[in-house]
Design a protein around this ligand. Sequence first.
Ligand code: NAP
Length: 267
Amino acid sequence: MSVFKGLVCIITGASSGIGRELAYTWASQGASLVLAARNEKRLTDIAKECKARGGQAHVVLTDVAEQEACKHLVEETIRTFGRLDILVNNAGISMYALFDELDDLSAMDKIMKINFYGSMYCTFYALPHLKASKGRIVGISSLTGKTGVPTRSVYAASKHAMAGFFDSLRLEMRDHGVSVTMIYPGFVQSEVRSRAIGTDGQSLGSSTAQEEKAMTAEACAQIISKATAHRKREVVMTARAKLGLWMKLIAPALVDFMAAKAIKTGK
Ligand SMILES: NC(=O)c1ccc[n+]([C@@H]2O[C@H](COP(=O)([O-])OP(=O)(O)OC[C@H]3O[C@@H](n4cnc5c(N)ncnc54)[C@H](OP(=O)(O)O)[C@@H]3O)[C@@H](O)[C@H]2O)c1
């Protein structure tokens, strides 16, 4: 029997990409899903598909940059399903701009608000319920949460912030039976790069990477699901990144070179 059968799971950023595929993965295993994001039409369609795959699904329109909305998300989950077992902090936006070429900083505030503060807000309100269920927290970071790369400065900062926050929380939650799993994906097929913020503060509208060479969101969701089931501490997704982390200890400049090349070639 699946670990996820009957578990109540909030997934933020469930309207697209990795979040959507994770919802489908867990719906197929009989989970009860709370789908959070801002695009109502997409979420409603995804909820329908989750139900068709054997799960339960409830949509809660949520802008994770708003603390009150995150509180409402958790309250609505408890009102609907009576408990909470898993919180996946997945909602995120990226950037594609050199820091010294930005027109202004307003969009950069947005990146921190969504990626870091949004994760912190949702976790704060979810924690009492996760302690009661001895539940699981999952944070979707990025390889830029392990090492900085050009064109992603503030995005990398937001993902490093997530790592510092959740690594600390893992220790605080140890005696409460709540696990914290951090996920560090590489390139995954999704809308994250076409929606990334450019120098003018607007979405790029198209991807700068070789999307066809990226991991599928479905494969990524399978890895996240397995790590969550096993309450793993963290997953660094690509072999190149795993090697890079070791090399960073002895030859950090070489890792800088590898990271910059990956961004330049888009794979
Ligand atoms: N794809 C990759 O290569 C990759 C690599 C490393 C890390 N990641 C991380 O993986 C996570 C998922 O991204 P993805 O690749 O699946 O990208 P995506 O297809 O662009 O999905 C991003 C999701 O975040 C939601 N979102 C954005 N702003 C939000 C807000 N203010 N409030 C609530 N939800 C919001 C979007 O929904 P709405 O617009 O409907 O709100 C969407 O559902 C992100 O944290 C991203 O940084 C992705």
